[in-house]
Design a protein around this ligand. Structure first.
Ligand SMILES: *[C@@H]1O[C@H](CO)[C@@H](O)[C@H](O)[C@H]1NC(C)=O
Ligand SMILES: *[C@@H]1O[C@H](CO)[C@@H](O)[C@H](O)[C@H]1NC(C)=O
Ligand SMILES: CC(=O)N[C@H]1CO[C@H](CO)[C@@H](O)[C@@H]1O
Ligand SMILES: [Ca+2]
Ligand SMILES: [Ca+2]
Length: 666
């Protein structure tokens, strides 16, 4: 009787037992079919944004500068960072702290000289750190020589900017004029300002001191190309391009349709920006700049020069920056154009915060991976910048390590804003401070800039000495956060565990080939726990467990990832975690502490598959059950991922190729 009952289970079980192994083989085969290369330098490294005013002051005037940056580049090396992009360092009246450029090829005097910049490049080269510059093509400062000459209608500058006559005011006395149309500035108010000397209105999508360049004028396009060449000759590794989706405006300057949701006609939300944002010409300009950089690298040799693009746009628009494929063909191949290496992914900033659930995290991360082109694209994750509250302020200081665990173990490139590696938080005192002009564009109504941006721009906290070691002067341009005596780099380097130590360890860990090339499967384990597995054939498998809430949580990882080894070793943990690196945990009964972020290492896939094949173990009810769960989970993942995007192949296959190392090679 007992035997009769067992028989069918064994009979039916043979293929269940083999299913996971067949799937494992399928995975390894698909991975072998497209051997992942080691990737280019920019696909392997962590990028770090330096806000030059706030990084390090070398001469005691309270303002950060280039020699200051040079003196502290060792810190980036120590953290494991391989590239940094500098917010604008060019000559500027600083109405928008350097995003209003008066001379694209001169250094702002308070930041130093061209020699200082060259010295910075030399030191960066010595340390193996790439320097990326901020390129602000949409507008210049109204103090720019080009603008002065354009106002005076001096050839060839007459049409360097976007000039229009005013409209006759229907309620006026006949000479009164109104702005040419209903377009608003991102920073509130009409996008048009009348220039009395020229008697015409000029367009400014940002502040009135930032007149938009006229990209429909080929001379302007060529000027900007020359700016890129100027800095390439100096030896920079590429450019981060600012506000790239505002470059072009529609011909004929038609009124924009009203949204109907915002009553204030001067507010940016009053209209749909269909004629001033995300125009097709914007993408084309990026493809042209990419071609310039690729040509440069071909002619001059050396590592690829790269483009990072900033555009707060919806996901379909953002993805178009990666590359274009056209309907026609060239030499029998579909005509294509490469674009941005990194269209900035702001989803961790715009779509998630301290109130987000595990489902929100999984959905948001999956969103980028789902919309990203399947080949020739590398994912990127931007956690912060100078326009956004800091991570500890947005997500809560207690989640800093957990969020860094996420950032640094997702597939693709990670971008860190200065100070986040030590868990700096916003300094609310910075709002009221004068700050040498304060945040001139406070009151901005764009969805992404709500309050003053100064609190997240305060000086880097190097140590516990006066001004946090940032400046030897009597004052600093923005007040140092009062928590600097406890929260500073020197203290965190000395401590056995700290935000910095966690960050540094994660950066080192992500050099592992599984993080660089492996697939990802994400699961909301519960509403408060995110888990995902990163795997690559013949390499270690890693599981990441993020607990978003204060309470301890019990997690049965085997229930969601049946192929894991029974025991896992801790590869990284948060600075307040109960676990230390090297601790062994049970995959089926893991207790994860409040706000902890854990990276756990499992045995490599292939060796386990091999063991199973060699061992020819007899199926026990446990192995049968685990195989059933295995199949059920895989089926649910296929359903979850959706067959239209992933095709009808194993989900692993397209996820792996979706991670797509390799730039769009031409
Ligand atoms: C007409 O109105 C404009 C603007 O309100 C004003 O500057 C100008 O002096 C007025 N002209 C006459 C003739 O009243
Ligand atoms: C992005 O906006 C465009 C234009 O409004 C629209 O066609 C497209 O569907 C949007 N994409 C998403 C994902 O909402
Ligand atoms: C994140 C970022 O760089 N934002 C900038 C976008 O462009 C405007 C105008 O140049 C700046 O004010 C923002 O700081
Ligand atoms: Ca200084
Ligand atoms: Ca523009």
């Amino acid at each position: 009787m007992v035997n009769q009952q067992r028989q069918p289970i064994c009979g039916a079980s043979w293929w269940w037992q083999w299913l996971p192994i067949m799937l494992l083989l399928a995975i390894s085969q698909t991975t072998d079919a497209t051997p992942p290369s080691n990737g280019d330098w920019w696909q392997r490294t962590v990028f770090y944004q330096i806000y030059p005013r706030s990084f390090m002051d070398s001469n005691g005037d309270g303002v950060g500068d280039l020699p200051g940056i040079t003196s502290r580049l060792e810190h980036l090396k120590d953290a494991g960072i391989g590239a940094t992009w500098l917010s604008p360092i060019f000559r500027s009246p600083m109405v928008d702290f350097g995003y209003d450029i008066a001379d694209y090829t001169a250094i702002q005097p308070e930041y130093g000289t061209m020699e200082d910049f060259e010295a910075l490049l030399v030191e960066a080269e010595r340390l193996g750190i790439k320097i990326i510059l901020d390129f602000v093509p949409n507008h210049t400062s109204d103090q720019c020589e080009w603008f002065r000459r354009s106002v005076a209608r001096e050839h060839p500058y007459t049409d360097y900017y976007v000039w229009q006559d005013g409209r006759v005011d229907p309620n006026g006395n006949g000479t009164a004029r109104l702005p040419p149309n209903n377009w608003q500035s991102v920073f509130y108010g009409s996008a048009w300002t009348l220039h009395p000397d020229r008697g015409q209105y000029y367009l400014h999508q940002f502040t009135a001191q930032q007149p938009d360049l006229n990209f429909r004028n080929p001379a302007v396009v060529e000027e900007m190309r020359e700016v890129l060449r100027f800095w390439l000759r100096k030896g920079v590794a590429g450019f981060r391009i600012d506000a790239v989706n505002h470059l072009f405006e529609a011909d004929g300057f038609p009124d924009e349709p009203e949204t109907g949701t915002d009553r204030d006609p001067l507010s940016y939300g009053f209209t749909h920006h269909i004629y001033t944002k995300d125009l097709l010409e914007d993408y084309d300009m990026v493809y042209q700049w990419r071609a310039l950089l690729d040509d440069w690298s071909r002619v001059h040799g050396g590592d690829a020069r790269i483009i990072m693009t900033e555009a707060y746009a919806n996901i379909t628009f953002t993805m178009k920056y990666y590359h274009a494929e056209y309907d026609d063909e060239v030499d029998g191949q579909p005509r294509a154009a490469a674009g941005s290496h990194m269209p900035f992914n702001f989803l961790l900033i715009t779509d998630l915060n301290r109130d987000s659930s595990a489902q929100d995290f999984v959905y948001t991360i999956q969103k980028w991976l789902t919309y990203m082109p399947r080949v020739g694209a590398t994912a990127n994750w931007v956690l912060g910048n100078h326009d956004q509250p800091r991570v500890g302020t947005r997500y809560g200081a207690e989640r800093i390590d957990a969020i860094h665990t996420l950032l640094l173990t997702l597939p693709g490139i990670a971008v860190t804003y200065y100070g986040e590696e030590i868990g700096m938080v916003d300094n609310p005192d910075a709002i009221s401070s004068d700050g040498g002009g304060g945040d001139s564009v406070t009151g901005a109504s764009d969805a992404f800039i709500v309050f003053s941006r100064d609190p997240e721009r305060t000086p880097f906290q190097w140590d516990g000495t006066a001004n946090a070691g940032f400046s030897s002067g009597p004052t600093t341009w923005l007040p140092v956060h009062p928590n600097y005596r406890e929260l500073n780099l020197a203290a965190q380097r000395l401590a056995e565990r700290s935000h910095y130590k966690t960050y540094q360890a994660l950066v080192a860990l992500r050099a592992h080939e599984t993080f660089r090339k492996g697939s990802i499967q994400l699961v909301p384990y519960s509403s408060s726990v995110v888990v995902y597995v990163r795997e690559l054939a013949e390499a270690d498998t890693f599981v990441v467990v993020i607990n978003l809430v204060a309470g301890e949580r019990a997690v049965d990882l085997v229930a969601v990832f049946p192929k894991l080894s029974a025991e896992l070793s801790v590869a990284s943990s948060g600075s307040a975690s109960n676990y230390r690196v090297g601790d062994i945990v049970q995959a089926d009964k893991l207790i994860v502490g409040g706000y902890d972020g854990l990276v756990l290492r499992s045995m490599p896939l292939m060796s386990r598959a091999q063991q199973n094949l060699d061992g020819k173990r007899h199926p026990t009810p446990a192995t049968v059950w685990s195989a059933v769960k295995d199949a059920a989970v895989i089926a649910s993942i296929i359903i979850a991922l959706g067959s239209s995007y992933y095709g009808l192949r194993a989900p692993w296959q397209s996820v792996a190729s979706g991670l797509a190392e390799g730039s769009l090679k031409k």
